[in-house]
Design a protein around this ligand. Sequence first.
Ligand SMILES: Nc1ncnc2c1ncn2[C@@H]1O[C@H](COP(=O)(O)OP(=O)(O)OP(=O)(O)O)[C@@H](O)[C@H]1O
Length: 259
Amino acid sequence: MMNAVLTLHQVSKQFGKAAIIRDASLRVQAGERLALIGPNGAGKSTLFNLISGRSAPSSGQIMLNGKNIAGLAPFKIHRLGLSRSFQVTNIFPQLSVQENLRAAVLWSCGCKYTFWKRLRGLSEVNAKVDILLAQINLLHQRETFAHALTYAEQRALEIGITIAADTQLILLDEPTAGMSRQESELAVALIKNVTINKTLLMIEHDMNVVFDLADRIAVLVSGQIIACDTPEKIRANPLVQAAYLGDETRREDNKEIFG
Ligand SMILES: Nc1ncnc2c1ncn2[C@@H]1O[C@H](COP(=O)(O)OP(=O)(O)OP(=O)(O)O)[C@@H](O)[C@H]1O
């Protein structure tokens, strides 16, 4: 059996009396790209919040490399090897692109202020920033204030911030939301590139992106994982088709994929 980087075992989350996540179990294998899909309000962001420590599950286990991380603080989970991006772009708009990345690199290695004074330390950080700039195709924008980037460039910067810590597991929340088809295609290429030899778990609504990027797809409906399989098997799964074609908001988009 392949190595699981992340394992969810019967994870549930209640908000008051409402059961939002119900007995979710999932294995994310080392090196795979797994997309979490599901209709609006299915609980995808809630599940990401449980995995990344923003909130604690009501019950169940979340194992990161064999260690139960359920209920740990986000920074502790990060130190154990998980980074996440958010649905809403999360950058420092008043800092330049390279300053954003430098801050992420410094934060990720737990560097204190004094670290800046050590030239060797600083040049190591700058070298890492250069690698990140190249990976996210923003070398030519290094001095640009983050607020002046295009939306797609801001999302790329956010991915750079997310991967700065070199964690084994990367969680991306709707990385192509709001992008044009052409921007999405560039973002997919970028994500493929930066997740080589990493493990990716991502929430994504755009089925073209999902089918292009994912090795496997997990489908969440009303807080339950109803299927987790290869893209082809998910496409042919009648339960998934019913869930998607029943989703009024995306019926037309989804007809193309499942219809
Ligand atoms: N803190 C909270 N308190 C109460 N209910 C919540 C809370 N957070 C989320 N919910 C509810 O949980 C359900 C799932 O929300 P969630 O945002 O996880 O869904 P989602 O699948 O990410 O949706 P979308 O695709 O629209 O982003 C929704 O009904 C939401 O109202």
